[in-house]
Design a binder for this molecule. Sequence first.
Ligand SMILES: Cc1ncc(COP(=O)(O)O)c(C=O)c1O
Length: 432
Amino acid sequence: MGVIELLCNAPSSSLCIDRLKLNRVFEYQGNCSSRSRRKVPSFSVMASTIPAAAVNDKEDSQQEQLSPNVTGASFIRPHLLKLKPYQPILPFEVLSARLGRKPEDIVKLDANENPYGPPPEVFEALGAMKFPYIYPDPESRRLRAALAEDSGLESEYILVGCGADELIDLIMRCVLEPRDKIVDCPPTFTMYEFDAAVNGASVIKVPRKSDFSLDVGRIAEAVEQEKPKCIFLTSPNNPDGSIIGDDTLLQILKLPLLVVLDEAYIEFSGLKSRMQWVKKHENLIVLRTFSKRAGLAGLRVGYGAFPLSIIEYLWRAKQPYNVSVAAEVSACAALQNSVYLENVKVALVQERERLFKLLKEVPFLNPYPSYSNFILCEVTSGMDAKKLKEDLAKMGVMIRHYNNKELSGYVRVSVGKPEQTDALMDCLRSFV
Ligand SMILES: Cc1ncc(COP(=O)(O)O)c(C=O)c1O
């Protein structure tokens, strides 16, 4: 996943983004009233940009005078003018050229990908594709039937997307009016905040507690005071790997808002997915993905379980051909080899435990126990986290560092193969 940040000239988590032209982000601090939202300076607008409305109001002759100053940006929706561009991750080939190493020699532990890749059936199925020149099934029927068998939830509750990322955006497009609010519980996956900004929604931030657990009391207060439309929860949470227990989830489900539970990493937690819960809870959506469990991040296949009263509207709003032929063929083939998927999961969970123990021995790292395929580490003893990431990159080992203030002293390490752990540890030992 690439790094996504909102452009703002104010510091970190207490951001408020002026909703005049953009969505508003503010940190919820309990007893929320409008006074407790700390506004910060709004964003700078490019001098050459003239709002479309201003242009339209002019007489024709004046428009002619103005036209040399009108740029294509005049047509862009105002709230998007302030969005910081998406910073994509470097493609593997580019990275390898830059580091002067073969792709297979790069220890890539920065994006929680599955280093084992998909089962061999996926490569066979891709090679045997008969009709790549025909549009794919808009209802992904084969895959949804396979997912119904895999999850035990009937296919009518399941919708497939171009990654879980597409489904997050689709949900927001279906649910949020511009200026509606969502609750986000940072530190967490940054796409919720990013997609809210794209959809012109405001973000109410209810930060996690110091152990990364959810602050349910504050979430409830924020819901009562701010009347958000939905909340995005992640279990296991990216970046710390903590999970949300049944009691906590049930408490939040009682609140009057739509709960989107992102289970992108659920396979590594040893816990059962809550997909079945959508039959009982009209306000619950559960998202999952093939990117992690089946090593298909590059083919882009995610899926979600939805209450029937919600899913019909997502069907209407989604792009007809959102899941490519290659993506559907690959996901179906991956599900055929459940033994491979299970073995890979077991290998990664075992390796996570070994990695955790080894990271604990590093004098300048404080790793957090994780239920996922990554481990968040606090960088201690005066060591600079960003420099650590950069120094490792020069040695061909990629890990994740965060630019935001709350996590600037942390790094996240994805769980790889044993030899990748060994390579990382050799480099880390050289810094001691
Ligand atoms: C919590 C979480 N949800 C969703 C995704 C994206 O999943 P997909 O690759 O299916 O778009 C990621 C990717 O890193 C993630 O960390």
